[in-house]
Ligand binder design. Structure first.
Ligand code: NAD
Length: 250
């Protein structure tokens, strides 16, 4: 019998990360988690550490706490992230730095921390989380969109640099997904914003965290053994094109 794969999932306490925890656990992985917050249910984790993905020493602590130098790591799924609104003149430099740090610099920090261990291990898979706004710009979200475009490109760079080490890196880009990150859209008074966002998706519904986790699990698995450097929408068709005439006339 082969040894179960070990996966480190960040953002593991909530939303897409937590859906990955459940799915990878179902698939027999040894699941290691990291998040700023504690998960509601820690029974699915072989190990969980509270920590900030923007903090290099906190990442080093997690690597050591999970004995990655000796036990190795087969897959990283980096879901921790934040959102925020504002155009260039609406946000301030402190917010710009914060969102770039949480979404983009954390991806640099955690991937550079795990890659040497994957190299020694004979390879591995990295899945980062971008957004539809990794691929196309959007109004009033400059910090988020630029940080997520950076995540996509960083992932392509990793794929090219470490293909020689049998390390694959892919970026999953969700559309509107119902998670705590988007729950403010369910508050009274936001119905029209939510509906406008839903209407921008050709499938006319939000996605679920489980639908995103399915794509992440596929890319992390050997079934995706020849897929690397890809930026893949899980977005109900959002990035496929513009619906110019929403009600098609025949
Ligand atoms: P979520 O808010 O439910 O979960 C995010 C998790 O990341 C939280 O548990 C939070 O504590 C953790 N986190 C945030 N900053 C952290 C830090 N500095 N260190 C450690 N943990 C931190 O959100 P989600 O919807 O599950 O989002 C997961 C990823 O998917 C994010 O990168 C987000 O940008 C991306 N995404 C979400 C959507 C969506 O519609 N929900 C769409 C596109 C992309």
């Amino acid at each position: 019998m082969s040894t179960p794969n070990r996966v480190l999932i960040t953002g593991a306490a909530s939303g897409i990360g937590n859906a990955c925890v459940r799915l990878f656990n179902d698939q027999g992985y040894i699941v290691l988690g990291m998040d700023l917050n504690s998960p509601d249910d820690d029974s699915l984790f072989a190990g969980f550490e509270q920590g900030d993905v923007t903090d290099g020493p906190a990442i080093d602590h997690v690597i050591n706490a999970f004995e990655i130098p000796t036990k190795g790591l087969d897959a990283l799924v980096h879901c921790a992230g934040m959102t925020g609104h504002g155009s260039a003149t609406e946000i301030d430099p402190a917010f710009w730095s914060k969102i770039l740090n949480v979404n983009l610099t954390s991806t640099f920090l955690i991937t550079r921390a795990v890659i040497p261990h994957m190299q020694l291990n004979g390879g591995g898979s990295i899945v980062t989380i971008g957004s539809t706004f990794s691929m196309i710009a959007r109004d009033s979200m400059i910090g988020y969109a630029v940080s997520k475009a950076g995540v996509a490109h960083l992932t392509r760079c990793l794929a090219i640099d470490y293909a020689k080490d049998n390390i694959r890196a892919n970026c999953v880009c969700p559309g509107l997904i119902d998670t705590p990150m988007t729950s403010h859209l369910n508050a009274p008074g936001h119905e029209d914003v939510r509906q406008t966002l839903i209407n921008a998706h050709p499938m006319k519904r939000p996605g679920t965290a489980e639908e995103v986790a399915n794509a992440i699990a596929f890319l992390s698995s050997d079934a995706a053994s020849y897929i690397t450097g890809q930026v893949i929408g899980v977005d109900g068709g959002f990035t496929a094109g513009k619906q110019v005439v929403p009600e098609a006339r025949h």
